[in-house]
Design a protein around this ligand. Structure first.
Ligand SMILES: Cc1ncc(COP(=O)(O)O)c(C=O)c1O
Length: 441
C-alpha cells in the first residue's frame, strides 16, 4: 500500500465531509491501513481505535472472514440489479438479519447507508398509512438533538441545528420532542438515568396539538449517539411506545449506532426492552467494510403493502446499490463473525470496565459530565468561553498525536471502541484522555 502523503496541492480536489477542510489540509491526518484495534497513519504511527472507525467497525479491523467474503463476491458477481431481479446473497443476508432482529421485525429493505435507511423508513411509514386508507397521516415527529443522517428526511426529523440551518425549509409537517438530557438531574449517571421518563409526556402534548389522526410516525435514536451520547431515562422509551400504540402511530428506532452489539445486546430494542415497528440500521451491519444499510420492518407493516394485485409494485422506492452483492457478502460474514466470537456478550461483559474507567475522570480538569451505556461513553467538557467545540477538538488532536483515536462532537468526547477491545486497551484509551485533559487549555 502506498502510504506516501500526497503533495499539498493534491489535497485540494477532495471536499471532505463534516470536516474543517482548510484546517485539516494544513496538517493532514491520513490513515493508510488498519488491523484489529489499530490504525496505521501515513507518518508511521499506530493509532488505537477508540471509536470503531465511525461507530461501525464492531468486530475490529481487517477481519479475515469478512475480507475473504468480499474478495470472493467481487470475483463471482460484481453487480446485480435489484429491481425486478435478485441474487441469492441478498435473500441470505436478509434472512440472517431478520433472524438476529427482535421478534416481529421479519422483513428487510436494503439501502446503501444510514441516511438512506432513515429516508426509506420515513417513506415506508407514510406509504403504510396511505395503503391502509389513512393518507391524512403525514406528520413525522423527531427529537431535538437527534441525528438521522443527512438526507432531507433525516435532517427534517433530526434535531441538530448546524445540520439543518443552511438547507432551507426542509420537510413540512414535522415536529420535535424535547431532548432527554438535563445535567442537573442526570449528571454522572451510570447506565440509564433515573430521571426523565416524564419527558415522554411531550409526545402526548404534540399528538393532542396536531390531532393524532394526522401523525404517521415518531423516530428516535434509542440512545442518541452523534449529538454526544444521551442515554434514555428509565421508562422513557416505554412511554413513547405506549403513546404510539394508543394512537396508531408507528414507532421507528434509528439503530444505526446502537445496532450490532454496541449496547451489549443485538440491538438497543433488546437491551432496553422496547420493540419498534421499524428499525433503521447500517454501519456495523457490514462491520463498516462495504457501505450498506437496511430497514427492518414488522410483519404488520410489511403485510399491509402486500394486499393489491400480485403484479403490482408495492413500494416505488429503492436504490441502485440496494443489496449490492459485495455488501450482502460482507453482511453475512459479519453477522456470522459476531455470533461465532460472542461479541455482543463481550460488549456486555466489558460494560462495567469501561464504566469504571470513564467515571474515574469525574473531577478531572474541564470534565462536567460522564455518561455511559454498553460499550459507549460520553465525556462532556466545559466549553471554552466564546469558542464552543475548541477545547474538545484540541483534546482530539492531542489524543491522536498520543496514538489514540477518539471522537468529538461539540465539547463532548464519545468513546465507542470495537467490541474486541481488551481491558488493557480500554485502560490505555482512558489514561491517554486523562493525561491529555491535563494539557488542554
Ligand atoms: C443514528 C444515526 N442515523 C443515521 C446515520 C447516518 O448514517 P450514514 O452516515 O451511513 O448515512 C447515523 C450516522 O452516524 C446515525 O448515527
Amino acid at each position: 500500500m502506498d502510504g506516501s502523503v500526497p503533495a499539498p496541492n493534491d489535497l485540494g480536489a477532495y471536499w471532505m465531509p463534516f470536516t474543517a477542510n482548510r484546517q485539516f489540509k494544513a496538517a493532514p491526518r491520513l490513515l493508510v491501513s488498519a488491523d484489529g484495534m489499530y490504525y496505521s497513519s501515513h507518518d508511521g504511527r499506530q493509532v488505537l481505535d477508540g471509536t470503531a472507525g465511525l461507530w461501525c467497525v464492531n468486530a475490529g479491523h481487517n477481519r479475515a472472514p469478512i475480507v475473504e467474503a468480499i474478495r470472493r463476491a467481487a470475483g463471482e458477481l460484481d453487480y446485480a440489479p435489484s429491481f425486478q431481479m435478485g441474487h441469492p446473497g441478498a435473500f441470505r443476508a436478509a434472512s440472517a438479519l431478520a433472524a438476529l432482529a427482535p421478534v416481529g421485525l421479519d422483513h428487510v429493505f436494503f439501502t446503501g447507508s444510514g441516511s438512506e435507511s432513515v429516508d426509506t423508513a420515513l417513506k415506508i411509514a407514510l406509504a403504510y398509512h396511505r395503503v391502509r386508507g389513512e393518507g391524512q397521516r403525514t406528520r413525522l415527529i423527531g427529537r431535538e438533538r437527534g441525528y438521522h443522517g443527512v438526507g432531507f428526511g433525516g435532517i427534517s426529523v433530526g434535531g441538530i441545528a448546524t445540520n439543518r440551518r443552511t438547507f432551507g425549509p426542509l420537510l413540512a409537517g414535522v415536529d420535535h420532542l424535547p431532548h432527554t438530557y438535563d445535567r442537573t438531574r442526570q449528571g454522572f449517571s451510570r447506565g440509564q438515568p433515573e430521571w426523565g421518563a416524564d419527558l415522554a409526556d411531550a409526545l402526548d402534548r404534540i399528538v393532542t396539538l396536531h390531532d393524532p389522526s394526522t401523525i404517521a410516525a415518531v423516530i428516535v435514536e434509542p440512545m442518541a449517539g452523534s449529538t454526544g451520547v444521551l442515554v434514555p431515562p428509565r421508562g422513557y422509551l416505554e412511554r413513547l411506545r405506549a403513546t404510539c400504540d394508543r394512537h396508531g402511530i408507528l414507532l421507528i428506532f434509528d439503530e444505526v449506532i446502537t445496532g450490532f452489539g454496541r449496547l451489549g445486546a443485538p440491538f438497543a430494542a433488546d437491551r432496553l426492552g422496547v420493540v419498534p415497528d421499524l428499525m433503521t440500521v447500517a454501519k456495523g451491519l457490514t462491520n463498516g467494510a462495504v457501505p450498506m444499510g437496511a430497514v427492518l420492518v414488522s410483519g404488520a407493516v410489511h403485510d399491509a403493502f402486500m394486499q393489491g394485485p400480485p403484479g403490482q409494485i408495492e413500494l416505488f422506492h429503492g436504490y441502485t446499490y440496494s443489496a449490492h452483492p459485495l455488501a450482502c457478502a460482507a453482511a453475512e460474514a459479519t453477522l456470522a463473525l459476531y455470533r461465532e466470537e460472542g461479541l455482543f456478550q463481550r460488549a456486555a461483559d466489558l460494560e462495567p470496565v469501561l464504566e469504571e474507567a470513564v467515571h474515574a475522570l469525574r473531577g478531572r480538569r474541564h470534565v462536567i459530565d460522564v455518561r455511559n451505556l454498553g460499550l459507549v461513553a460520553g465525556i462532556e467538557l466545559e466549553p471554552r468561553p466564546n469558542a464552543p467545540g475548541a477545547r474538545a477538538y484540541e483534546a482530539f488532536v492531542r489524543c491522536y498525536e498520543a496514538g489514540v483515536l477518539i471522537r468529538v462532537t461539540g465539547d463532548i468526547i464519545a468513546l465507542s471502541p470495537p467490541l474486541i477491545v481488551s481491558e488493557a486497551e480500554i485502560g490505555r484509551i482512558v489514561d491517554t484522555l486523562r493525561d491529555v485533559l491535563e494539557l488542554v487549555t
